[in-house]
Design a protein around this ligand. Sequence first.
Ligand SMILES: NC(=O)c1ccc[n+]([C@@H]2O[C@H](COP(=O)([O-])OP(=O)(O)OC[C@H]3O[C@@H](n4cnc5c(N)ncnc54)[C@H](OP(=O)(O)O)[C@@H]3O)[C@@H](O)[C@H]2O)c1
Length: 267
Amino acid sequence: MERRALGAGGPEIPVVGLGTWRVLDVGPDLAPDRAKVVDAALAAEANLFDSSPMYGRAEAVLADALRARRDEAFVATKVWTPDAAAGTAQIERALEWFGGRVDCFQVHNLVGWRLHLPVLERLRDEGRVGVVGATHYQEHAFEELAMLMRSGHLGMVQVPYNPRERAVEREILPLAQELGIGVLVMRPFGEGSLLANPPHPETLEPFHEFGARTWPQVLLKWVLSDPRVTAAIPATSVPDRMTANARAGRPPWFGPRERRIVAQLAG
Ligand SMILES: NC(=O)c1ccc[n+]([C@@H]2O[C@H](COP(=O)([O-])OP(=O)(O)OC[C@H]3O[C@@H](n4cnc5c(N)ncnc54)[C@H](OP(=O)(O)O)[C@@H]3O)[C@@H](O)[C@H]2O)c1
């Protein structure tokens, strides 16, 4: 698994991790099953996990699944509330769940960033939080996100990027490169929509020499072949899919020609 620095001077993280939205938002009946996806991620060196209080029980399920192996994982979670006191409570709760430290703490959808960033920056200075960042999934918010990137408060951003959602290519990715800000990519499969009608397996043959044999691997490789991207966090509830996704996290990377063909196949 290739590792890249999460921003200039930032920690090295694997280029493929696990998103936990929906897939870890489960009750005690399914939690042991989903812990196997976390096991598969760790076994494949895809030890990057993204969560949020917005994802229901996912943060707690992740914390439980990691308990004995917390130090093997890079945990990125979020604060998501417009209220200062509720934000502090969410942050403290996550710190407790994840053994006193969260490796990357993000302001989810920029909600209440004026309140939360000073708290997260203080915790970073105390060593309880690693990289401080912010996320948004909608293009209309990218102007505000770019403004915050320029302000010097963010070490990373999390944004959607896939062959059908390329708005970040206009300003966010160039700015991240210029300022040395890390980029986590959410929705590499467009919430699964890009996998609904996969191209015929024969059309994927040109990508075999790049180590990408399946359509999900080709899509992940398309994302990761942009050097401005630090890592992608596809979500899956299936351990074998986690293992297969992780295999896309190794060079060789696609060049402009392969990326163009993938974009055409994705439609
Ligand atoms: N969507 C958002 O707006 C948003 C916002 C903020 C943050 N995020 C973060 O980004 C993460 C990823 O985004 P996402 O969950 O929206 O969507 P995604 O990763 O683009 O797609 C997830 C879907 O792909 C399927 N999948 C994954 N690997 C597969 C494989 N190898 N073969 C076949 N199907 C596969 C999963 O189904 P199975 O479970 O059946 O494998 C799941 O339905 C989230 O979990 C979250 O941590 C997302």
